[in-house]
Design a protein around this ligand. Sequence first.
Ligand SMILES: [Zn+2]
Ligand SMILES: [Zn+2]
Length: 281
Amino acid sequence: MDPLGLKVILITCLVFVPLERLFALHPEQKVFRRAWGNDLIFLLLNGLVTKLGMLAVIVASLFVAERIVPTSVQDTVGALPFWIQIPLVILLTDLGIYWIHRMFHAVPWLWRFHEIHHSSEELDWLAATRVHPVDQILTRGSPLLVVIALGFSVWSISVCALLFHWQAFLVHSNVRIGFGPLRLLLVSPAFHHWHHSRDREARDMNFAGQLSFLDALFGTLHLPQGRMPTAYGLDQPVRQRYVLQLLYPFIGDRARQYLPVQTEAQPANPSLEGATHPPGR
Ligand SMILES: [Zn+2]
Ligand SMILES: [Zn+2]
């Protein structure tokens, strides 16, 4: 029994810690950066919470599938060859992730949950785990519900989930690994680092999880050549404590002003002062 997924965590550490030392984008950033302990708790506990949430999604998918999706559709989809199912599952799930992620940025009460993910001021593989469970279950669970209900095979869904898992760690990691021309097809570290950037020009851009061309298609691509962001995070930092971050979306605006503020690393970019995120609020 390994409910916390300690073996996977160990393998992930062994892959990404050396990778970030060898190809560091921000070499001055330490392995034990500020608030790494906070993110470690997210890594250990969120995995468990997400597994339970996903179990609920699978049960809901079977319920939906039985009542809404015709058996003929499920049989046809399930009979497709593996090499067709995999790109289809990636495309359908990433379309779902793109629009749900965009909604999390646009709808104020959803942004309160997603704000936790954007509160990291130093990005590395571990920052990928700082996601509020409500955000994680809705963003990953909704597209999963659709592909299960449509009848895609367990194998193809599992392979895609594994690819998504590793890509999520890679795109947050502190690496300067370019994808060359593939950057226009796949989400790269540069693509997702711009999503976390404090630069005004990058606000509410780059929503895709795996397929960067979706942002090009829907007019939200921001991937300037030869430049990388220098500052990440929110204008009004959220305190870096696990329990406070879990409760944060449920705390009213008036009560929030009494929360102690703590920053990880203040970006020295005066042009960003006064900017809000998401825009217009
Ligand atoms: Zn976001
Ligand atoms: Zn992210």
